[in-house]
Design a protein around this ligand. Structure first.
Ligand code: ADP
Length: 652
C-alpha cells in the first residue's frame, strides 16, 4: 500500500508539473538520484552457463529488465525468465522470490540485474534488503474428481496422462513446479530401443563382435532366472554368426542381458542386486513399441543410431528436438488435446486411502490453496527420483563410499523423492534404494549435463589433470564415476579432436543448444590448434597429453587397449583443433524406488498390488538395479508411463 501511495504521489506531482512526463521519468521531484540513467548489460551464472540481462534505469527507478541471452533448458527456465524480471521491475527490488524449481536461473537473473545496478552506480545492498514481491494468499479450497489422478508432470507422468486419456479416462495431472518437464526435459534425450529398421544401416565392428561372442562363453547357470534369456540370446548369436551378416546385430534378449550385467552390483554391505527379469523384459520388448507410439503422437526420431555414454551397445536414438524437449512438448500437447487437466505449482502432500485402496491425493498450490483430488480408478505416482534431496541420498546410499551433501546434481531441484515417501506411507515396498547413479561427465560446478563438447561413447577420451587416461571410456557409468572420483578433485577432461567433436563450425551449438564459442570463452570448453596448446591451457605437464593421445591412437590401430581394456573405439584423434571439456561426477539417477509389477501396479512388502495405486518412471525401483544403462531411462519412463496410464484407466 505504501508503495502504491508513493507511486500515486509521484504521478500526481508529474501531472501538475509543466514539464510533464519526460522530465518526470528522468528526475521525479523530491527523489534523490539512485542510478546513472541508461541501459546496462550484466551477467549471472545459471544452471547451464551465463545468463545475460539488459537493464534500463531512470535516475530513480529500474525501468525494464530483459533476458537477452541464456543457455538454460527451454521450457523449464521459461517461468523464471518471464516472472523474475517482471517482479524486479514491479517491486523495484532485488529481493524478489525465486521461482520454485528454477531457482538457479532465477538467481542468475537477479545476479545479472545486480551487476547492472553496480554499473549504474546504484546500491545493490539497499535493493537486496528492500521488501520483496508481494506475498501470495491462499484461495478457497479446491476439490475435483477424475478417473485417474497423476502426480508429476515429467516424462512418465505425461506418458501416463496421454495413455490414460487415450483409453477414455478423465485425467487430472498435478505438477509441483511452475513448468512441466522434470528431469526428463533436462536429460540428454537418449532413447534405447531395438529397432531393426534403423539399425540396418549400422555395420558390425570387430569389437562389437567380440562383445557378442563373449556371451557365448557365459554359463546359463550363473545368471539365475535370466538363464533362459541367455540361452535364447546364444541361439540368436550362433545363427547370426552362421549367416555371415555384417549388419549390426541386436535383439530384445541382448538388450535384456546387457541391462542384467550392467545393473548387477554388490553394495558396500555385500548386498547383491540385479534387475527384475519381467520388468526388464517389459522394458526391452516395449521400448520399440513406445517409440512407434510417440511417433504416432507427432514426435520425430532421427535415423542416427549411436551409443550414449554407458549404453554398451549402439541402440540409442534421439529426436530432432534438443535434449528432452521433444518428449515433453509432444506429450504435453497431446495431453492438452485429449482434455487432460494440468495443474501446475500444485504439490502432492499425501495419498488418500479408503479400506486399503488409494482413492485420491491431497495437495497444496504454491499460494497455499488446499486441493483435494478424488480418483475413482487410480492414482499414478510419477514424481521422479530423489537425486536433488541430499539428506535422502545420504540416508539411503549403500553403494558409494561417500555421498557428500554438497555433491552437485544434474537433477531438477524438484526431484526430492516425495512420491517415495508418500508411497511408503500407504505400504508400498521400496527396492534397491541404496543404489544411486553418478553421471561421470557433469559440469564440475553446476553439476549439469550441459555445457560441454564430445561425441559418441566410443570416441571419448578421458584424461586427468596430468594428461593421463584412467578408465575404459566405453564402460558403465558407475565404473567411469568411480574412476573419476579417484582423480585429483574428482576432475577430468574429455578430449576430442575436430572430427570426434562433430566437426563444429563457428556459431555451432552442442546437443544441449549451448553456443560452443561461448562455452570456449567461458572456459567450459578449452580449444587449441594442437595438443601442446591444450596442455598449456590446462597446465598439464609438457608433452603429457601429446604422449597419451599418441599411445591411445596406437591402441586404436592395434584394436586393443592393454591398459584399460577399451575395445570399442572411435576414429584416431589427429585433426586439430583439439577440445577439452572439464568434467566431474554428479548425482544423476536414483535407481531404487517403489516396487511395481509389469502392469505398473504398486506392490506392498508381500508382493501384493495395492488397489488403486500405480507408479512409473524414476520413482520406481527394480528395473535398473545397481546401475542403469545410459539411454534406458527415457525408454523406461515412456514404456511404464504408457502402461500405468492404460492400467489405471482399465481399473474397475
Ligand atoms: P520421470 O522421468 O520419472 O518422469 P521427472 O523428474 O522427469 O521423472 O518428473 C517428475 C516430476 O514430478 C517433476 O516435474 C517434479 O517436479 C514432479 N513432482 C515431484 N514431486 C512432486 C509432488 N509432490 N507433487 C507434484 N509433482 C511432483
Amino acid at each position: 500500500m505504501k508503495r502504491f501511495l508513493r507511486t500515486a504521489a509521484i504521478a500526481l506531482t508529474c501531472a501538475l508539473a509543466a514539464l510533464a512526463l519526460v522530465a518526470c521519468a528522468s528526475q521525479p521531484s523530491g527523489e534523490a538520484a539512485m542510478f546513472k540513467a541508461g541501459t546496462y548489460t550484466g551477467v549471472g551464472a545459471g544452471k547451464n552457463g551465463t545468463v545475460t540481462v539488459k537493464t534500463t534505469f531512470t535516475a530513480t527507478a529500474i525501468k525494464s529488465v530483459e533476458v537477452v541471452k541464456h543457455g538454460e533448458t527451454p521450457g523449464i527456465s521459461d517461468p523464471a525468465i518471464a516472472r523474475v524480471p517482471a517482479s524486479i521491475v514491479k517491486n523495484q527490488t532485488l529481493a524478489v522470490d525465486v521461482v520454485s524449481g528454477v531457482s538457479l536461473t532465477s538467481k542468475a537473473i537477479i545476479d545479472a540485474v545486480a551487476d547492472c545496478v553496480k554499473q549504474a552506480g546504484g546500491s545493490v545492498d539497499k535493493l537486496q534488503t528492500k521488501a520483496g514481491a508481494e506475498k501470495m494468499t491462499a484461495g478457497a479450497a479446491i476439490e475435483k474428481s477424475a478417473d485417474v489422478v497423476i502426480v508429476g508432470g515429467g516424462g512418465a507422468g505425461l506418458a501416463a496422462a496421454v495413455s490414460a486419456a487415450q483409453s477414455g479416462a478423465k485425467v487430472v495431472l498435478i505438477e509441483k513446479a511452475p513448468a512441466l518437464g522434470g528431469n526428463t526435459i533436462r536429460a540428454g534425450g537418449a532413447y534405447n530401443a531395438v529397432d531393426q529398421a534403423r539399425q540396418q544401416k549400422v555395420k558390425m565392428t570387430k569389437p562389437l563382435l567380440g562383445d557378442l561372442k563373449a556371451f557365448l562363453a557365459i554359463d546359463e547357470a550363473t545368471v539365475g532366472e535370466f538363464g533362459p534369456t541367455l540361452k535364447t540370446l546364444k541361439g540368436q548369436i550362433n545363427a547370426y554368426l552362421a549367416s555371415g551378416s555384417d549388419t549390426l546385430f541386436d535383439s530384445v534378449e541382448l538388450h535384456m542381458m546387457q541391462a542384467y550385467f550392467g545393473g548387477k552390483r554388490v553394495d558396500l554391505k555385500g548386498n547383491e542386486i540385479h534387475s527384475n527379469l519381467e520388468l526388464v523384459r517389459t522394458l526391452a520388448t516395449n521400448s520399440p513399441k513406445a517409440m512407434d507410439w510417440l511417433e504416432s503422437l507427432g514426435l520425430h526420431f532421427t535415423d542416427n543410431i549411436y551409443t550414449v555414454l554407458g549404453a554398451l551397445w549402439p541402440r540409442t536414438h534421439s529426436t530432432n528436438k534438443p535434449v528432452g524437449t521433444g518428449f515433453i512438448g509432444t506429450l504435453s500437447d497431446n495431453a492438452t488435446k485429449l482434455g487432460v487437466e494440468i495443474m501446475l505449482e500444485t504439490k502432492a502432500d499425501e495419498l488418500i486411502t479408503q479400506k486399503g485402496r488409494v482413492v485420491g491425493v491431497k495437495a497444496t498450490k504454491a499460494d497455499g490453496t488446499k486441493v483435494t483430488l478424488k480418483a475413482s480408478k487410480g492414482v499414478i505416482m510419477a514424481t521422479g527420483g530423489f537425486g536433488a534431496n541430499p539428506a535422502m541420498r545420504a540416508k539411503y546410499n549403500t553403494y558409494w563410499p561417500s555421498m557428500p551433501l554438497t555433491m552437485p546434481t544434474t537433477n531438477a531441484p524438484t526431484a526430492t523423492g516425495d512420491g517415495i515417501v508418500m508411497g511408503e506411507k500407504v505400504g508400498a515396498n521400496l527396492v534397491g534404494m541404496g543404489f544411486i547413479q553418478l553421471m561421470p561427465s557433469s559440469h564440475p560446478v553446476s553439476g549439469s549435463l550441459a555445457g560441454g563438447l564430445w561425441g559418441s561413447a566410443e570416441s571419448q577420451v578421458f584424461v586427468n589433470s596430468q594428461g593421463k587416461r584412467f578408465v575404459n571410456e566405453y564402460a558403465e557409468r558407475d565404473v567411469l564415476a568411480a574412476g573419476a572420483l579417484k582423480q585429483e578433485k574428482g576432475l577430468f577432461y574429455i578430449i576430442c579432436d575436430q572430427v570426434t567433436a562433430g566437426n563444429p563450425q563457428p556459431g555451432a551449438k552442442n546437443g544441449w543448444g549451448d553456443d560452443i564459442d561461448t562455452l570456449i570463452k567461458n572456459h567450459d570448453v578449452y580449444k587449441a590448434d594442437t595438443l601442446a596448446g591444450l596442455e598449456q591451457q590446462l597446465k598439464m605437464p609438457a608433452g603429457s597429453l601429446q604422449a597419451e593421445i599418441a599411445k591411445y591412437n596406437g591402441y586404436i590401430e592395434a584394436g586393443v587397449d592393454p591398459e584399460f581394456g577399451k575395445r570399442n573405439f572411435g576414429p584416431k584423434l589427429t585433426q586439430g583443433p583439439f577440445y577439452a571439456t572439464p568434467r566431474s561426477p554428479s548425482v544423476h539417477h536414483t535407481m531404487g524406488g517403489i516396487a511395481i509389477d509389469t502392469q505398473a501396479r504398486v506392490l506392498d512388502a508381500k508382493g501384493q498390488a495395492i488397489p488403486g495405486f500405480y507408479a512409473a518412471g524414476e520413482v520406481t525401483g527394480g528395473i535398473h538395479a545397481g546401475n542403469r544403462l545410459g539411454g534406458n531411462a527415457i525408454a523406461d519412463i515412456m514404456v511404464f508411463g504408457r502402461i500405468a496410464g492404460a492400467s489405471a484407466a482399465a481399473a474397475k
